[in-house]
Design a protein around this ligand. Structure first.
Ligand code: GDG
Length: 741
């Protein structure tokens, strides 16, 4: 079973909701865009669904197994059971009090609470546990929505080769909003466990990419993200509906019966339909306000129109929703009181979920659908309405901040905050000539039909497969446990060992100012311990100036190479210049760098004896990257056909004589002896010259997950230190005590 490839949908809620009524367990289809949309796809594909069945574990403890078995056998649904605490802190908490308001730009309703965040992490782990139990090696895992943004990374950690897609159904907010979350890095890294990340619109996609760039500092190539040796893709896929189902249902005899019933209440008045789940993002109060103004401005419509105002109850335990509900009740009462008469209420208020037939009947009969969310990921109701208007005799009014507006641009597009505009839109809609309506409807219907929910899901999955075929970075080779064991064994067996270590980014992490990166006790202790073994020759090689390097390491019995190989100092002797160089070029290059310092806040020039460096680590990421590209272009033109070399380092551009490079600098020492163990570690492009020149048998390691000519990669400075510690402790013959410096 586990070898056969299946599609595993994972979402917070299963498409089946379990309820308990005086001891009896009931199973019914869940409402909501995602459940309704994907259910049809689920039924017709070799797929299973993992999610929460919507009931708390505490109330069904002794029925857990029974429910699980029924969900699996009848619906191909695997439950993740959540207890009351999870539901309060994860679902009602972090999901609905943090992510939902913030991603919809409602900062005023957003709570940042570490307890809720912990619950979110915990529940994502619970989902992961179930997925790991159920999934097989060939399965495709497709995770849905904002409740599970940490899940892709959690799965990836356990199944590195898994095929994982993620789709966000709500907007991804702009960087300025997203950055407010204290746990923004974890959320982005969680999502990056996926192979493909989908959004409804290009706007959401570009907000996401911009957050990756600005928060995680990742380099992007269009919509491709190069992260930890994997290529991840972000793209937009506007979700569709089950077109056929709505189109056919609109003509069904049961629907026609419902229409007759509705007509008994409304007479032949023109019907304006408003239908939402109770939510502050939906712009419900603004809509009522606009309707009130319409009635005031155009009294000729008195008794000729009716607003059928359907609100699906939702999240009724959350305070903001309770307040919204009472504000709506009050406003509806006010409008009906102000404009109504014995024969007519301008608003017919329905506060309950409607059976499907009634919903379709309303779609089919409504002359206007007034859909004006303040923010909405997509809004499937707009698409359902258009599809159900089989005669084309309706008008859609839609706000520009609903994802659907990007696709349904024949609608009358409004700004929710512009009351007057909504009023004019209503008038225009009510008076629009039939021919005109039909034309617009027809165009939108075709678009919805061509990209229905099946096509949408297939498109996503096709792209997921294609993403998997993107040549993943074969040059990235993490030093595995086995390789490391071999390295340590080779070290132990050898008698003539050469260890060449870059400093910044290899032995010590980066600091905002280079002078703060002084060696700490741990690294000095490790180096001292390694040098105390007479079989070891240790060289520190750095781009730094010789005085700093000397000052920091003068008490250690090691060789030093400074300024990328210009200077060498063997143990206690004095510094010697490896190449004889001229320096007059600096006068031409310095003014260029100075201009860039003035234009780029946070950048500065470091002047070394035989080189100039422009540092931009403290500059705002995007600006620094852009300026560095510009500067490199200018410098390369200047240095063309000279003996100068422009080095693109880690947040630094360095100009120096091309005769100086770390590879050339270590060449002599590499051939000086028949070394039986060589270890070379470095972290940036300037270290690549060493990796290139190293003999095949050498252990060359690049710190950080960049493509490299080195044989291996290690994740971080901690890992390189760990390796040095293990080497220093591996040799039993030098177990004597060495005091830390
Ligand atoms: C998210 C995003 C995005 C509503 N009332 C009744 C009822 N519904 C059905 C509608 C429609 C669905 O619920 C609501 O669709 P939305 O598009 O508004 O989606 P949400 O569930 O809010 O959630 C949203 C969507 O995901 C998909 O990606 O569009 O932006 O927030 O299908 O028909 N159905 C019945 N009675 C009701 O009273 N039977």
């Amino acid at each position: 079973m586990k070898n056969k490839s299946r599609l595993i949908f994972v979402s917070n809620r299963l498409p089946i909701t379990v309820t308990k009524n005086t001891g009896t367990i009931n199973y019914k289809r869940s409402l909501g865009g995602l459940a309704t949309g994907l259910s049809s796809f689920h039924k017709h594909h070799n797929s299973i669904w993992i999610g929460w069945p919507g009931i708390d574990l505490d109330s069904i403890k002794n029925k857990k197994e029974e429910i699980k078995n029924k969900l699996i056998s009848e619906f191909e649904c695997y439950p993740v059971f959540l207890d009351k605490g999870d539901i309060n802190n994860y679902y009602a908490g972090f999901c609905n009090k943090t992510i939902w308001p913030l991603f919809h730009y409602f900062i005023q309703y957003t709570t940042f609470d570490i307890e809720l965040w912990d619950a979110y992490k915990l529940v994502n782990k619970k989902f992961c546990k179930i997925i790991l139990q159920i999934s097989g090696p060939n399965d495709i895992i497709w995770i849905q929505d904002y409740h599970l943004m940490l899940l892709p990374k959690l799965i990836r950690q356990s199944i590195p080769d898994a095929t994982i897609g993620f789709f966000l159904h709500i907007p991804f907010p702009s960087y300025e909003i997203f950055r407010l979350i204290p746990w923004r890095e974890e959320i982005l890294e969680g999502l990056l466990g996926s192979d493909l990340i989908g959004f409804h619109t290009y706007d959401y996609e570009r907000h996401f990419l911009s957050s990756l760039h600005r928060i995680l500092g990742l380099d992007l190539k269009m919509n491709k993200i190069d992260f930890q040796g994997r290529i991840i893709q972000a793209d937009c896929f506007p979700m569709g509906i089950n077109y056929k189902k709505y189109y056919e249902k609109a003509q069904d005899s049961k629907t026609l019966k419902q229409i007759k019933k509705i007509r008994q209440e409304t007479g032949d008045r023109k019907i304006i339909l408003s239908l939402d789940r109770m939510d502050y993002t939906k712009g419900i109060l603004q809509r009522l306000d606009a309707y009130e103004l319409f009635l005031e401005k155009y009294p000729q419509y008195k008794e000729k129109i009716i607003l059928i105002f359907v609100i699906g109850p939702s999240r009724s335990k959350v305070e903001e929703y309770q307040i919204l509900k009472s504000d709506i009740d009050e406003l509806v009462g006010k409008i009906n009181g102000r404009f109504g008469s014995i024969k007519w209420n301008p608003i017919l208020y329905i506060h309950r979920p409607l059976p499907f037939e009634q919903l379709i009947a309303l779609y089919r009969i409504a002359d206007v659908a007034l859909i004006t969310p303040i923010r909405d990921g997509m809004n499937l109701i707009a698409k359902e309405y258009v599809t159900s208007k089989i005669e084309g005799n309706g008008v859609l009014i839609l706000s520009e901040t609903a994802g659907a507006a990007k696709q349904l641009y024949e609608a009358i597009i409004i700004n929710t905050n512009n009351r007057e505009q909504i009023v004019s839109a209503l008038k225009q809609a009510l008076e629009m000539p039939e021919e005109h309506k039909k034309k617009k409807m027809h165009k939108m219907q075709n678009r919805i039909k061509n990209y229905d929910v099946t096509r949408w899901a297939e498109d996503f999955i096709e792209n997921l497969f294609q993403t998997k075929n993107i040549p993943q970075d074969k040059t990235l080779k993490i030093l595995t446990f086995q390789n490391k064991e071999k390295l340590i064994n080779d070290y132990k067996k050898s008698n003539e060992r050469l260890i060449i270590l870059d400093y910044d980014g290899t032995l010590i992490k980066f600091f905002k100012k280079p002078k703060y990166a002084k060696p700490d006790d741990e690294i000095l202790y490790l180096l001292k311990k390694l040098t105390s073994d007479s079989k070891n020759k240790i060289i520190i090689i750095s781009g730094r100036d010789k005085n700093t390097i000397n000052e920091w390491f003068k008490y250690l019995n090691i060789d030093l190479i400074a300024e990328h190989g210009l200077w060498i100092k063997i143990k206690e002797s004095t510094w010697e210049m490896l190449e004889l160089l001229k320096n007059d070029w600096k006068n031409n290059i310095r003014p260029i760098l100075e201009k860039y310092v003035n234009r780029t806040p946070g950048s500065f020039i470091e002047e070394k004896e035989y080189s100039l460096a422009w540092h931009y680590r403290k500059t705002e990421k995007e600006l620094g990257d852009r300026r560095s590209r510009e500067l490199i272009n200018i410098l390369e033109t200047h240095c063309y056909n000279t003996e100068l070399n422009v080095l693109d380092g880690n947040k630094v551009i360095e100009i120096k004589n091309s005769l100086i490079n770390k590879g050339r600098a270590i060449y002599q020492v590499l051939i000086e002896k028949d070394w039986d163990f060589i270890l070379i570690m470095g972290d940036d492009t300037t270290d690549e010259d060493m990796f290139e020149i190293a003999p095949e048998s050498a252990y060359s390691i690049r710190i950080g997950l960049e493509r490299t000519k080195a044989r291996f990669n290690l994740y971080s400075v901690q890992d390189s230190r760990k390796l040095l510690r293990e080497l220093s402790e591996s040799n039993e013959s030098i177990k004597k005590f060495i005091s830390p410096i």
